[in-house]
Design a binder for this molecule. Structure first.
Ligand code: DAH
Length: 348
């Protein structure tokens, strides 16, 4: 940049030299010399003002650019020498101790849970943390305007899907049913069942207390084949639970309603923490209502192009935290997402 007016050219030279010495570079923009040029501008006759004014502004912009560039440079982290022995570049080597972190207990438990289902022939499919109305409701036999839609206090986002409906934070892992049924449908043609478990993070607009969190994990399960009945459902869940708690348990079902299963059940088990004696985990009742389940509704199978006259199946969905809370006697679900080290360290 060259400046036609001598006064501006001289000031430019002076200020750039000073800039190199300043610690707080932005002070150059408030310098007396720069302000003097703007003051002078006001005194000039109108015909000279525009040319002079353009140059003063150009100088100001040039200086601003230099200040910004030096700031960006200062914010760059120091270069890392990847050939150096571990830790040498760390300004605080104590941060690299073995205390740095550990696996979250939920993830450790989830791995064990999935391992049991692998051994029972199930495959695992991961859920997603953003979904749409189609998977949350339509494919699950909640037609538009269905009152049961209101049972799920779903968080919506400002983003819209192709149909112009808001994208949502899934309130249950059942949002994955249609995708997984379609994806594993080829199993049926080969004479093999669809057997999948789907862990995932879900979100609900809940009033928070010791049993309710807005963000928690669920495990969904689906099984489809010829001749599947509710006895298979109960046996599968009971086998899993006895394996997870390493003990004999009693289970109980009660009729319930979900649009995506018919019949639908609420599934309870004898309290694995107190063995039906009554304790703070089971509210002294000896029983725990654990999850929702049922025989997959024909409309849900149809939505995945599976013929309900030929195939039947069962599904379930329930909170993972609750399983873990009963195993260890954890009294408050909010501990899991609290980030409290005292809580987390008990599991490492
Ligand atoms: N999605 C239901 C809920 O979160 C739980 C559920 C019930 C899942 C029945 C299922 C099912 O797959 O068959 O409230």
């Amino acid at each position: 940049m060259s400046y036609q007016h001598q006064k501006i050219a001289e000031t430019a030279q002076l200020l750039k030299k000073r800039l190199a010495e300043l610690e707080d570079k932005s002070r150059i923009l408030r310098s007396v010399e720069l302000r003097a040029l703007f003051d002078e501008l006001k005194t000039l006759p109108p015909e000279e003002r525009s040319g002079f004014g353009q140059e003063v502004n150009a100088l100001r912009q040039e200086l601003q650019g230099l200040v910004d560039a030096s700031r960006d440079e200062a914010e760059q982290p120091p270069p890392i020498d990847i050939t150096a022995p571990f830790g040498v570049n760390s300004p605080q080597p104590q941060l690299l101790s073995t205390e740095q972190g550990s696996r979250h207990p939920l993830m450790t438990e989830l791995e064990q849970i999935l391992d049991i289902f692998y051994r029972m022939g199930f495959t695992a499919v991961e859920s997603r943390e953003i979904d749409n109305d189609f998977n949350m409701f339509s494919t699950l036999n909640f037609p538009e305007g269905h009152p049961a839609r209101d049972d799920y206090d779903t968080f919506v986002t400002v983003q819209k899907d192709k149909e112009g409906k808001p994208l949502i934070a899934p309130a249950h892992t059942s949002t994955m049913q249609n995708r997984v049924l379609k994806q594993l449908k080829t199993n049926l043609k080969k004479g093999e069942p669809i057997a999948a478990v789907i862990p995932g993070r879900v979100f609900r607009n809940e009033d928070l207390d010791a049993r309710h969190e807005h963000t928690f994990y669920q495990l969904e399960g689906i099984y489809v084949d010829k001749g599947v009945n509710a006895g298979h459902l109960i046996a599968t869940l009971k086998t899993f639970l006895q394996e997870y708690y390493s003990k004999e348990l009693d289970v109980m079902t009660q009729p319930f309603y979900f649009p995506f299963t018919e019949p639908s059940f609420e599934f309870a088990l004898s309290c694995p923490f107190c063995d039906k004696k009554g304790c703070h985990i089971c509210s002294q009742t000896g029983w725990i209502e654990l999850l929702g389940c049922g025989m997959i509704h024909p409309n849900v199978l149809k939505a995945a192009d599976i013929d309900p006259a030929e195939y039947t199946g069962f599904a379930w969905g329930g909170g993972i935290e609750r399983l873990v809370m009963m195993k260890y006697g954890i009294e408050d679900i909010r501990h899991f997402e609290s980030g409290k080290l005292d809580f987390l360290r008990q599991f490492s």
